[in-house]
Design a protein around this ligand. Structure first.
Ligand code: ADP
Ligand code: MG
Length: 491
């Protein structure tokens, strides 16, 4: 019967397709007009269902008549064939997806991976509420994976050698080194590194990846930002390639996920990551993550995911102290062949205490200026460069922050603070905010006025003067100012 079916099928499809998709099929049984065929994998089955259901239907119809049915037996993995056939009523391919999903939603990720189980997990993770469409057209997604995912996404400029050690990063760095030397086998799994922007999270985890890649080239190291992970996942949903997305990640030996805070509130993506995490962890694969805040502050991340983070080690990165900043600058100079007089290095290390990225930014702009103006880098130039940068930073952060804080303190809206109104409480709040803007930012009077609803600089002078006078004359007011100032003093 199957041979006759094949003849019908062969007449209807291309030679290549026939060889690829029909020759590997083994007819298993024919009973009561039900033909059971064995296919090599879940993927295979899905592909058939997606692309050849009509031609299969035609063949079965010709051989067995309208009562004829076809069932599949799927080989789950080598040597362990699951001979329990799945019932597939030919015209309704979708029914077949149901048992797959039911099974997977209930079960955990199977260690066998890569065949049916991985797909099941993918389907369950993506849409537990069942969407058999998810199982369609996996082949295209496979091609997309080949194109997009093959590389480790590591940037080899990041290494441990050029990652300067200091009190600010000692624990994280040594844990990272341990993980890099023995991925998956230390108790630092997962390793979670957190810290503010520009403090070296990406550098550190990339260094881990590069180290492993250099010492064990056969290991599949993958660096991916949580943002990219999310986008790939969404893309795979759109292309019905979720199974392949999951399959791909389950192959990884060392998974480095940068900036996990990005997953906040993205429930489906988290669910997918949760399954991948479990699977990899169970298989003794190393997971490394970074976050811009400690796990306890990762609002919008599921508890079950957060609790996994505690299985390993969480280490923070602090702002570098003065000595470390000096060392970082010197390291950078050496690396890039830059020559800067010692007193300038010291001046930079003193002045730029926000983060390492900022520090590098200043260095780069100095080098650029020096080559542009054919002038050696000197203190004067450094001061000039810093003036520009400090103002920029504060224009972004502090003025805004001051306005918000003061408005909140006086229980008025930010809009009102900048509005034209002359109501007493509003005027006072506005004057106080201007006063602090003058005190804590390097904005000019003109710039301050501009940021307060386009007032001119004389208004700002007047405000500052009024506040100073009130501080002297009014004890309660003075307390208010002292209270507020605490919020603006740099830690
Ligand atoms: P994050 O990911 O935390 O925002 P990055 O890893 O991107 O920060 O670091 C910002 C820049 O500072 C990078 O160019 C990085 O190489 C550099 N950097 C950070 N920490 C160090 C360090 N300890 N030693 C040398 N360079 C560092
Ligand atoms: Mg980063």
């Amino acid at each position: 019967v199957w041979a006759n079916c094949l003849r019908v099928i062969k007449a209807n499809i291309g030679e290549q397709s026939f060889r690829t998709w029909f020759e590997p099929i083994v007819p298993v049984q024919l009973h009561n007009n039900v033909l059971i065929i064995q296919v090599p994998s879940q993927f295979f089955y899905e592909w058939l269902e997606e692309h050849y259901v009509d031609v299969l239907k035609k063949g079965i119809y010709q051989e067995l008549g309208p009562e004829g049915r076809l069932e599949y037996s799927i080989v789950v993995d080598q040597g362990n064939s699951q001979n329990k056939p799945r019932t597939v009523n030919i015209p309704t391919a979708r029914k077949a997806a149901a048992p797959t999903q039911a099974a997977s939603t209930a079960g955990a990720i199977a260690a066998s991976a890569l065949t049916g189980s991985a797909r099941n997990v993918a389907a369950a993770a993506a849409a537990p509420a069942a969407n058999p469409d998810m199982l369609r057209n996996p082949f295209e997604a496979t091609k997309a994976i080949d194109r997009n995912y093959v590389k480790s996404q590591l940037n080899n400029t990041y290494s441990f050698e050029n990652y300067v050690e200091g009190d600010c990063n000692r624990l994280a760095r040594s844990a990272g080194l341990a993980v890099a030397n023995k991925p998956g086998t230390t108790s630092f799994n997962p390793l979670m590194v957190y810290g503010g922007v520009g403090l070296g999270k990406t550098h550190l985890v990339q260094a881990i990846g590069n180290h492993i890649k250099a010492t064990s080239p056969d290991k599949f190291v993958l660096y991916v930002s949580a943002e990219k992970f999310t986008n790939q996942f969404i893309e795979s949903l759109r292309n019905n390639g979720v199974q392949d997305f999951a399959n791909f990640y389950l192959l990884v030996d060392i998974l480095i996920l940068d900036d996990v805070q990005f997953l906040s509130g993205k429930d489906k993506t988290q669910e997918m990551f949760f399954h991948i995490f479990n699977h990899l962890h169970q298989a003794g694969k190393q997971i490394v993550m970074t976050s811009d805040r400690p796990p306890r502050d990762l609002n919008g991340l599921e508890d079950r995911l957060l609790s996994r983070f505690k299985w390993g080690l969480t280490a923070d990165l602090q702002s570098p102290d003065f000595e470390t900043r000096m060392a970082i600058i010197q390291n950078k100079m050496e690396q890039d062949g830059i020559d800067i007089p010692p007193q300038v290095v010291e001046y930079l290390a003193h002045s730029v205490n926000t983060n390492v990225r900022e520090l590098e930014g200043v260095l780069i702009s100095l080098v650029a200026q020096s080559s542009l103006n054919r002038r050696e880098i000197d203190l004067e130039m450094a001061k000039q460069a810093l003036r520009h940068i400090i103002e920029e930073v504060e224009a972004e952060v502090n003025l805004d922050f001051i306005q918000k804080t003061v408005a909140e303190y006086f229980s008025i809206s930010l809009d009102l603070l900048k509005a034209k109104t002359r109501k007493k409480e509003v005027v006072t709040a506005r004057q106080v905010a201007m006063y602090f803007a003058k005190e804590h930012t390097s904005h000019s009077l003109k710039s301050i006025g501009f940021h307060f609803g386009g007032r001119d600089h004389s208004t700002v002078i007047h405000s500052v003067q009024t506040v100073s006078d009130l501080i002297d004359s009014d004890k309660n007011f003075r307390n208010t100012i002292v209270d507020l100032r605490k919020k603006f003093v740099k830690k």
